[in-house]
Design a protein around this ligand. Structure first.
Ligand code: HEC
Ligand code: HEC
Length: 277
């Protein structure tokens, strides 16, 4: 997976507003914040080239398969889907024609997105610049599951505050931090390897290794909160070294201070796992 380097600056205004005027935030502002910030939909749906049209799709090459990540701007076929159909596609991975969305779209985590957050995302997606492309289907070298679980009626909001619970919601359902940082033998292991890191990605930048985010000394134990915040939002470690893709810090740069604080509170609670454990 590769990181985009597209400019997100056009959204800076709306996002700054959502950071300061939380109480008065509209669904559109909330959706813009989630999609461009912590959810980082563009880290997969935008081509990793400077100037690439945001959310207009790209081909993503993984070791085990190649995915055609679709265009999700209003110039794509999703313009013909109702809001409820789009919510179902994002949260359950099932399209209106009944077909199932394949990896690496993190559906298992998106299943826990709250009704108001997933609806806000849809509201925002309807407003991004339309780019017209022809839909290309992915071909996976393995069968997709018939579904990712039973149909979802409703998911309540997790109260938006600087709490472990809200940090857990951000790290899982919203930002899928724990999908990348809990991969073991290529599969997310959220029970035995939560935040343990170790998965590697190769790209033009070289090799990057998902960091250990647990409370172990091989993980985040020796970093201050401020140091962790800088790593998440700027991709810079205390020793000055710069992180490489697919860590999506360019998107996380838009996160509010409160949301970063909640994330860190939650990461501090991850049971310790040593590197290689
Ligand atoms: C880790 C990569 C990744 C992330 C992050 C991701 N997606 Fe996807 N998404 C995909 C892939 C890959 C597909 C297509 C899979 C296939 O071909 O079956 C897809 C499919 C979709 C579709 C179906 C579109 C169609 O025409 O079939 C929608 C809608 C969608 N994603 C929305 C989103 C939204 C909204 C977000 C952010 C909340 C998001 N995705 C985040 C990888 C990702
Ligand atoms: C698409 C996969 C992916 C996602 C999603 C992701 N990360 Fe990362 N993360 C990485 C990789 C890979 C590295 C190592 C980058 C490097 O060394 O160049 C990394 C590095 C880090 C580091 C540096 C720690 C250290 O000790 O060096 C922190 C902190 C971190 N991620 C936190 C997060 C948080 C919090 C989130 C969610 C908001 C997140 N990551 C989402 C892949 C990911």
């Amino acid at each position: 997976m590769r990181l985009p380097s597209q400019s997100l600056s056009t959204l800076a205004g709306a996002l700054a507003l959502s950071a300061t005027a939380l109480a008065a935030e509209t669904p559109l502002e909330r959706g813009a914040y989630l999609v461009e910030g912590p959810a980082a939909c563009g880290s997969c749906h935008t081509a990793p080239m400077p100037g690439a049209a945001p959310l207009a799709g790209r081909t993503l090459v993984e070791p085990a398969f190649t995915a055609e990540v679709p265009n999700i701007t209003p110039g794509s076929r999703i313009a013909d889907w109702s809001d409820a159909e789009l919510v179902r596609a994002i949260r359950e991975g099932i399209r209106p024609d009944g077909s199932v969305i394949g990896p690496p779209m993190p559906i298992m985590l998106y299943r826990h997105l709250s009704d108001s957050d997933v609806t806000a995302m849809v509201t925002y997606l309807r407003t991004v610049p339309a780019v017209e492309t022809k839909f290309k289907a992915s071909t996976y070298p393995f069968p997709l599951p018939p579904a990712y679980g039973p149909p979802i009626d409703s998911v309540a909001d997790v109260p938006r505050e600087v709490s472990v619970a809200y940090g857990e919601y951000l790290a899982g359902p919203v930002a899928h931090c724990l999908e990348c940082h809990s991969l073991k033998d290529g599969m997310p292991d959220l029970d035995g390897h939560l935040g343990g890191g170790g998965h590697t990605w190769e790209g033009p930048w070289g090799v990057s290794v998902a960091a250990n985010l647990t409370s172990h000394e091989d993980g985040l134990a020796d970093y201050s909160d401020a140091e962790i915040a800088t790593m998440i939002t700027q991709g810079i470690r205390p020793d000055g070294s710069q992180m490489h893709p697919p860590m999506s810090y360019r998107h996380y740069a838009y996160m509010t201070e409160d949301d970063v604080a909640a994330l860190i509170l939650y990461l501090r609670t991850l049971p310790p796992i040593p590197d290689g454990g």
